[in-house]
Design a binder for this molecule. Structure first.
Ligand code: GDP
Length: 300
C-alpha cells in the first residue's frame, strides 16, 4: 500500500486531490459541478460515468447539507469505489488442471507493456513456488523474443521461441506442450500486438487459442492497456475486445499518469475487471488491483 501510494503520487494531482478540493468549495453551484464533471472526464473516467458520479454526489450533498472535509472525502471515496465495482472477481486463474498447465494469454498493442507484464507475472508465480514456461509468440520482432528471454533468465522460467516470422500459434503450441511434458503449473503466452485489421487479429488470436486447446485450455486472456494513452488506448481496447474473449485487464504505467480514471471507463465499456496494475519497469512492479486501496491512494 505504501508503494502504491508513492507510485500514484502523480495521479493525486488531477484525479483525487483535484476532486477533493473542488468538492470542498463553499458554494457548489452549477458551475462548480460542471468543473467537477470536467475534472472526471479529464481523468479519463468516461463521459457516462462522470455524469453519473456527479449526479450521485449532488444528491448526497443536497441530502447532507453542511459538509465537513471528512464527509466530502467519505462521499467521494464511496462513490469512486462503487464505480470501480468492488464485487468483480479479480483473481488471475493460474492453477493447473490435474496434469495440464493453466494457460494465460497476454494480448495488446505493441509498446503497452505485454512482455514486461509477462515477465513480472512469471516473477510473482515463481516467487510463490510455481513452475512457469513462457511462450514468445510475438514472432514478428526478434527483439520481442530476446526481451522475453532476458525476463525468463531473470525470473527462472524457460522461454520457448522460434525464428522471426514463425507461426505464433506454433510457438504457443510448443510452449504448452513443454508445459504438459514438464508438469509445469502455468504457461504464459506473450502474443504479437499487431493491430492490422480486426479480422486479422481475430484470426491470429483465435488460432493461438485453438492450438492451446489441443493440449490444455486457455484460462485467462489478459488485455494489456497503457494507462497513459487515454482515449487512444480505449479505442485499441475495443478492437481487441471484439476480436477475442478477454477475461481481465492489466493496466500498465499507472505510475506515469495523473489520469487513473481509465480504470472506471475500461471496466464499464468492456465489462471485464482490471486484475493487475503495472507501477514501474522493474520485476516487482506488478500489483493485484484492489479498488479500495486504489481510491485510498489517490485520495490520500
Ligand atoms: P510490449 O511491446 O507490449 O511487449 O511492451 P514492453 O513490455 O516492451 O514495454 C514497453 C515499454 O514500457 C518498456 O520500456 C517497459 O519497460 C515499459 N513499461 C512496461 N510496463 C510499465 C509500467 O507499469 N510502468 C512504466 N513506467 N513502464 C512500463
Amino acid at each position: 500500500l505504501v508503494r502504491l501510494r508513492a507510485r500514484l503520487a502523480r495521479s493525486q494531482s488531477v484525479f483525487g486531490q483535484g476532486l477533493l478540493s473542488l468538492l470542498a468549495a463553499d458554494k457548489l453551484d452549477d458551475d462548480a459541478w460542471d468543473e467537477i464533471e470536467d475534472t472526471l472526464i479529464t481523468a479519463d473516467v468516461g463521459v457516462t460515468s462522470a455524469a453519473q458520479i456527479v449526479d450521485n454526489l449532488r444528491t448526497k450533498v443536497k441530502v447532507h447539507g453542511g459538509r465537513t472535509p471528512e464527509e466530502v472525502r467519505d462521499m467521494l471515496r464511496a462513490e469512486l469505489i462503487a464505480h470501480i465495482d468492488p464485487d468483480m472477481d479479480r483473481g488471475v486463474r493460474t492453477e493447473p488442471h490435474g496434469d495440464r498447465p493453466a494457460v494465460v494469454m497476454i494480448v495488446g498493442v505493441n509498446g503497452t507493456g505485454k512482455t514486461t507484464t509477462t515477465g513480472k507475472l512469471a516473477r510473482v508465480l515463481v516467487g510463490d513456488g510455481r513452475s512457469v514456461v513462457l511462450g514468445a509468440a510475438d514472432t514478428f520482432r526478434a527483439a520481442a523474443a530476446d526481451q522475453l528471454e532476458t525476463w525468463g533468465g531473470r525470473v527462472g522460467a524457460p522461454v520457448i521461441r522460434k525464428d522471426e516470422g514463425a507461426d505464433p500459434a506454433s510457438v504457443a503450441f510448443d510452449a504448452v506442450a513443454r508445459g504438459v511434458d514438464d508438469h509445469v503449473d502455468t504457461v504464459i503466452v506473450d502474443t504479437a500486438g499487431r493491430l492490422h485489421t480486426k479480422t486479422g487479429l481475430m484470426d491470429e488470436l483465435g488460432k493461438v487459442k485453438r492450438v492451446v486447446e489441443k493440449k490444455s485450455q486457455v484460462d485467462e486472456v489478459l488485455l494489456v492497456l497503457d494507462a497513459t494513452t487515454g482515449q487512444n488506448g480505449m479505442r485499441q481496447a475495443r478492437v481487441f475486445a471484439e476480436a477475442v474473449n478477454i477475461t481481465g485487464i492489466v493496466l500498465t504505467k499507472l505510475d506515469g499518469t495523473a489520469k487513473g480514471g481509465i480504470i472506471i471507463q475500461v471496466q464499464r465499456e468492456l465489462g471485464v475487471p482490471v486484475k493487475l496494475v503495472g507501477l514501474g519497469e522493474g520485476p516487482d512492479d506488478l500489483a493485484p488491483f484492489d479498488p479500495e486501496t486504489f481510491v485510498d491512494a489517490i485520495l490520500s
